[in-house]
Design a protein around this ligand. Structure first.
Ligand code: TPP
Length: 360
């Protein structure tokens, strides 16, 4: 049982000592291991390209998951396609794991007529019911009661669906976090909360965010289990979340998974973290890079090598470049479309506003 003053040990798999005399066991079949690795490389490549687009003024905003890819991809792969994901800012990589077309991912950030959301959302607010991925609202933690509500609805319909409720450490200071945790605990909702504790909420460090010993311990107050995981260990993130998802699906109620990691970049493209933190700490975390760590693990087992790496990197880079080229060739959103999609039949005053706006 975790204590409120003592941080519980991290669950780790990549660096866990092998059983004496036993051959190194693999916790997953090779295609699953490679899916995790490729998923992490893909999101790092996409993030870096999208941040460049922002710097060049081609998109307005972007938030990367750099250094947090194991938490995103490890937990994201633990849910099944029928499960619903309620992300926060840094989980766009889960949409890509669900085979979301890169064109739609890029188009959401560009916000032109190729965008499914018709340019109405900020970048990094992907949403598509076909992949069971619900846009967050920008307002921190509001997605958590939504996730619990959707999980309850699924249970009432006897639909064996689990909801993934994603949050950052800063979201734990919001009322919505506590409302969602309490409701989930009381009704044993089939939901898994995944907190990417990247140590910062913009400039506010975790020590100023909570007086408890980490985040996972908070679950105890709501009557369910919290687990503290090495968030830079993709296998630990996968296995801990998978266990929680299986438990939720079997009627065992919610779990809070805390993936302890570090936000290596700025909060978003609008932030300069060197203004408020010691970047030597960032360099230390870079040495625990989740992608390199897993690559070494795979290479030691003969499952990955330099030529494979080069081939995959080239493939992803050219796929992203192609997607950007196609999306940027699309025309802007039709201004008249801003009056659509709220009312089944447009009321008279809206029709008048539309005529005025379009000069008709
Ligand atoms: C209710 C609310 N308060 C403040 C903000 C401004 N804001 C945007 S992101 C952010 C920090 C979020 O930190 P965290 O939850 O740790 O997630 P991270 O971005 O670090 O992944 C804040 C305070 C907001 N969007 N909504």
């Amino acid at each position: 049982m975790s204590s409120p003053t003592e941080v519980s040990p991290l669950y780790q798999v990549l660096d866990a000592p092998a059983e004496p005399g036993a051959p190194p066991a693999s916790p997953l079949p090779t295609p699953d291991l490679l899916r995790l690795y490729r998923g992490m490389v893909r999101i790092r490549t996409v993030d870096s390209r999208m941040l460049n687009l922002q710097r060049q003024g081609r998109i307005g905003f972007y938030g990367t998951a750099t250094g947090e890819e194991a938490a995103v991809v490890g937990s994201g792969c633990a849910f099944e396609p029928r499960d619903w994901i309620f992300p926060a800012l840094r989980q766009g990589g889960i949409a890509l794991l669900r085979d979301y077309p890169l064109d739609l991912y890029v188009a959401q950030c560009v916000g032109n007529s190729a965008d499914l959301l018709r340019g109405r959302q900020m970048p990094c607010h992907y949403s598509d019911r076909r992949i069971h991925f619900v846009s967050w609202s920008s307002v921190i933690a509001t997605q958590l009661p939504h996730a619990v509500g959707a999980a309850m609805a699924a249970r009432l319909r006897r639909d064996p669906v689990v909801c993934g409720a994603y949050l950052g450490d800063g979201a734990t200071s919001e009322g919505d976090f506590h409302v969602a945790m309490n409701f989930a605990g009381v009704y044993r909702a089939p939901v898994v909360f995944v907190c990417q504790n990247n140590q910062f909420a913009i400039s506010v460090p975790i020590e100023r965010q909570t007086a408890s010993a980490g985040i996972a311990v908070k679950a105890a107050a709501y009557g369910f289990e919290g687990v503290r995981v090495d968030g830079n260990d993709v296998l630990a993130c996968y296995l801990a979340t998978r266990k929680a998802v299986d438990k939720a699906r079997a009627g065992g109620g919610p779990t809070l998974v805390e993936a302890v990691t570090y936000r290596r970049g700025g909060h978003s493209s609008s932030d300069d973290p060197s203004r408020y933190r010691d970047e030597r700490v960032t360099e230390e975390w870079a040495r625990r890079d989740p992608i390199l760590r897993f690559r070494r693990w795979l290479e030691a087992r003969g499952l990955w090598n330099d030529p494979e790496e080069e081939r995959f990197q080239t493939e992803v880079k050219s796929a992203v470049d192609e997607a950007i080229r196609r999306v940027e060739a699309a025309p802007p959103v039709d201004p008249g479309s801003m009056f659509e999609d709220v009312f089944a039949e447009m009321p008279a005053q809206l029709r008048a506003q539309r005529r005025e706006a379009l000069g008709e």
